[in-house]
Design a binder for this molecule. Structure first.
Ligand code: ZN
Length: 483
C-alpha cells in the first residue's frame, strides 16, 4: 500500500480524550487513510515519530488574525505552536463586511489597518483568502460591532428600527456567504449602547442559520454575573447556542469568583446550549484605553501608533517619565494596545480545569511586543499546566484543543485523528513541549513542536515555516454541539 505521507512509531492522541496508543498513520492527499501497524505501507515521505505524540492539529477558536492571514500568510505564531485552524472575527469585530469609509473606532482599528483594503462583503474577504491562501485553515465570525459601525449613525445609542433591519440583513448575507457565526462585544464602546434586545435580534439571525453566537460579554469584572445572565437570556430568547469568549474574572476584587461563574455556567448548560473558552494566562490584552488599567496590578504597553518605541514598557514607567497621570499617558499613547495583569492564578486554573472549557489564545498578531499568548498558548497548556502542574491528562488537554472546538463550531472532519478526516496533524514531544514566549520577550516559537501538517502538507518543520500555504476557508459543515 502506498501513501503520500507515513508517520511511523508515534503515540497517537486522537483528540477524543481516549488514552494514547502506539500506531502508524498514513495520509493520501489531504486525508488520513489508515492508522495502525502499517508495516507493509510505503510512502515518499516518512516521518519517524518514535518517542513523540501525534495529535490532530490544534484549533484555536478565538483569535484576531483576520487581517494577519492576508498580510503574513505563513502565520508562524500559529503553526509553530501546532495550530492548524483558527476562528477569527471575535469580540464583535470582524474584518468583513466593512462598508464604513471613515476612521475606524477602537478596537476595530487594531483589527483592520487604516491603509489596508476594506472588504465590503464577506464573500470578498473569503475570495481574498481563497486566492492567496494562508498556511492555516480559517473560519470567521461576523462581528456585531463591525455591523454597527457600518449602519448605526450614532454609536452612543441603541440601533433604531431601520438600522437594526440593515444590520440583520447584512448579517444574514454574510452568514450565507460562509461566516461561521455571530460575535458580539458589548464591552467595547462601539457596541456598549446595544441593548439586550438588540443583541437578541442579531442572535436570532445566527439561530436561523443554525450557527453560534459568541460573546465578549458586557462585563468580566464586578458585573460578570449580570453579564452571564444577559448572555444566557440572549441565547434562550434567540434559540441560539452561545459561547462565552475568553472567560475570566477581572480585577482584584473579583479574584476567586470563578467558583460562582462556573457554577452558573454549569447550571445554564443543563437548560440551553452554552460553551466557553479561555486562555492560560493571568494577563489579558486589549486596547489600551479600555479602562482595564484601573483593574490591573501591572500594564505593559504592547503597541502604540504615535510611540512605537515604547512598546514593551510598563505604563507606570512611561507616565512617570513624562510626569503625567496614567490617564494622560494613555491619551498620548493611543491608538494603542496593552497587556493587563487582572486575573488570579487560582481562577485561571479553575476555569481551565472546568470540564467544558476549550483552549484559545485570543491572540492578535500586531506590533513588536504582543502578549506571549500569541506564540505560546497551546504549548503552555501542554507543558506548564499538564506536565508541570498536572491539571489534567495530556489526552484531555488535546481534546480541549481539537475535537471540542471542532464540535462546538461545527467543523466537520476536523479535530480528530480518524479515517477520512482531514490530515491536520501536530507532532510534538510531551517531555519538552513548552512556550518560550514571555512577557519580556514575547516573539518566540515554542519548544517541542516537531512537525505540523495542514491538509496533508507540512507547514512547520520544527524550526521554521516551510512556505506551504494549504490553508482553506472553513464553512460550518456540522451542527454545533454542546461539548
Ligand atoms: Zn474579547
Amino acid at each position: 500500500m502506498r501513501a503520500d505521507l507515513l508517520i511511523r512509531g508515534g503515540r497517537l492522541i486522537d483528540g477524543t480524550g481516549s488514552a494514547a496508543f502506539r500506531a502508524d498513520l498514513a495520509v493520501v492527499d489531504d486525508r488520513i487513510v489508515a492508522m495502525g501497524a502499517l508495516h507493509d505501507w510505503q510512502a515518499g515521505n516518512v516521518f519517524d515519530a518514535t518517542g513523540l505524540a501525534v495529535a490532530p492539529g490544534f484549533i484555536d477558536p478565538h483569535v484576531h488574525h483576520d487581517e494577519a492571514l492576508l498580510t503574513d500568510p505563513l502565520l508562524a505564531c500559529m503553526t509553530s505552536q501546532g495550530v492548524t485552524s483558527v476562528i477569527n472575527g471575535n469580540c464583535g469585530f470582524s474584518i468583513a463586511p466593512l462598508k464604513y469609509r471613515g476612521v475606524l473606532p477602537a478596537p476595530l482599528d487594531l483589527i483592520v489597518e487604516e491603509q489596508r483594503p476594506r472588504f465590503e462583503q464577506y464573500k470578498d474577504y473569503r475570495a481574498a483568502l481563497e486566492k492567496d491562501p494562508p498556511s492555516v485553515n480559517s473560519a470567521c465570525l461576523i462581528g456585531h460591532g463591525t455591523l454597527r459601525i457600518n449602519e448605526v449613525q450614532d454609536l452612543r445609542r441603541p440601533a433604531d428600527a431601520r438600522e437594526l433591519k440593515a444590520m440583520r440583513a447584512a448579517l444574514d448575507q454574510a452568514l450565507s456567504e460562509g461566516g461561521i457565526g455571530l460575535s458580539t462585544g458589548a464591552f467595547y464602546p462601539p457596541a456598549r449602547a446595544a441593548t439586550t434586545a438588540e443583541l437578541t435580534a442579531m442572535a436570532t439571525v445566527a439561530s436561523a442559520h443554525g450557527k453560534l453566537y459568541t460573546t465578549h460579554m458586557r462585563d468580566e469584572g464586578d458585573a460578570v454575573i449580570e453579564a452571564l445572565h444577559e448572555t444566557f437570556q440572549v441565547g434562550r430568547d434567540a434559540c441560539c447556542g452561545v459561547q462565552v469568549s475568553h472567560h475570566k474574572c477581572a480585577g482584584l476584587e473579583n479574584h476567586g469568583r470563578s467558583t460562582e461563574t462556573l457554577a452558573l455556567i454549569d447550571a445554564a448548560m443543563k437548560q440551553q446550549s452554552v460553551g466557553l473558552d479561555t486562555t492560560p494566562w493571568i494577563a489579558s490584552a486589549t486596547m489600551l484605553n479600555s479602562g482595564r488599567h484601573k483593574q490591573a496590578t501591572r500594564v505593559i504597553v504592547s503597541e502604540s501608533v504615535p510611540h512605537p518605541e515604547l512598546a514593551g514598557q510598563d505604563l507606570t514607567d512611561i507616565a512617570k517619565q513624562w510626569g503625567v497621570s496614567l490617564d494622560e499617558a494613555i491619551a498620548r499613547l493611543i491608538p494603542a494596545a496593552g497587556i493587563f495583569f487582572i486575573m488570579d492564578e487560582a481562577d485561571v486554573q479553575r476555569i481551565l480545569s472546568f470540564k467544558h472549557t476549550i483552549i484559545c489564545s485570543d491572540g492578535i498578531h500586531k506590533g513588536s511586543h504582543p502578549h506571549p499568548r500569541v506564540w505560546g498558548t497551546f504549548p503552555r497548556v501542554l507543558g506548564h499546566y499538564v506536565r508541570e502542574k498536572n491539571l489534567f491528562s495530556i489526552e484531555e488537554a488535546v481534546k480541549r484543543m481539537t475535537s471540542m472546538p471542532a464540535d462546538r463550531f461545527g467543523l466537520g472532519q476536523r479535530g480528530r485523528l480518524a479515517l477520512d478526516h482531514f490530515a491536520d496533524i501536530t507532532i510534538f514531544d510531551p517531555a519538552t513541549i513548552a512556550e518560550r514566549a514571555t512577557f519580556d520577550s514575547p516573539v518566540q516559537p515554542a519548544r517541542g513542536i516537531a512537525a505540523v501538517y495542514v491538509n496533508g502538507r507540512l507547514v512547520w518543520d520544527g524550526e521554521k515555516s516551510t512556505g506551504a500555504r494549504p490553508g482553506r476557508h472553513l464553512d460550518q459543515t456540522a451542527t454545533p454541539q454542546a461539548v
